[in-house]
Design a protein around this ligand. Sequence first.
Ligand code: MG
Length: 341
Amino acid sequence: MASARRPKKAAKKGSRKAARKVEARKTAKREATRMAQGGSAKKRGGARKRGRVRHTKFVHNRVAVVFDWDNTLAPDTYDALVESFGLDAQRFRKERYEPLVADGWEEILARCFTIIKESQARDHFVTREYLEAVGRGQKVFPGVPELFEHLRRRAGEIIDDIEVEFYVVSSGFIDLMRGASCADQFDGMWGTEFAFGEHGGVEFVRQVVTHPEKVRYILALAKGLDVGGSNEPEDAYRRVPEEDVHVPVSQIVYVGDGGSDIPAFTFVEGEGGLAIGVFPPGTSPETWAGWSAMDEQREEERVENLAEADYREGSELVRSLTLALESICKRVALGRLGAHD
Ligand SMILES: [Mg+2]
């Protein structure tokens, strides 16, 4: 499974005990939400019996910030891996990766294939431990480690018991991301994952997150469904009762760096959430990876703001993220006021 959810959410499929736990958690969550809305289940039931119709929306007391990884929170994991081989990443891309893409290969599979070939040519040296070590050595962008607490604090200033969750949905290599110093800040991480052979080296692809598939993962985390490892994409499109939704997409902020994020930008913005675009530190907005498509882009594909991937307090990006999160929290606060019907 290409996910790295915290253990609290890792209910085992097929286990009755785990299923009962999940159900108990959902019941507790429903009750907590009802209480947050200013009443008990009994009260609401009574209102229905008297024929009153609820006129306000259901309120979820949770917001989420979902990040792409490559060139959004950290340098590209493919380039980092290639450079760890002692090779020039740009040259490797040009000579090994680009011809495959030109030949019609899916981009993420082409990346994996070139890494597997390189590992096989050198006695299967790219093992899980090797990938994690490269991940540990990879630096995230400035300010990333401090960002999570900052955003939690600012959201808490608007609603003191709001739950703020962080996720990664990326086409990058999950084994590298897991090694990063900030990995334990995320409530869930999804990315492309290798399978390892008996010699210990990368042998095949176990899970792949293509660019358009990011939408499926966002939808799944919004609904609280675990689709990691599943070969049934329709699972994410299963109807989930409003009160069982984990976090509505309208309460999600999505942060990504380029053209590969446009399906996610479009989806999140279309559902009432907010999308923020970033360009890598030291580059300029003019060279933004998503810019080439921007002129022809439809209104709903655009982002709220485009800022340099500088996560230090006071930067334009952190101000943008803070405003985005605050505006969603204020909408939740308004909903909670209106819940006393
Ligand atoms: Mg990216």
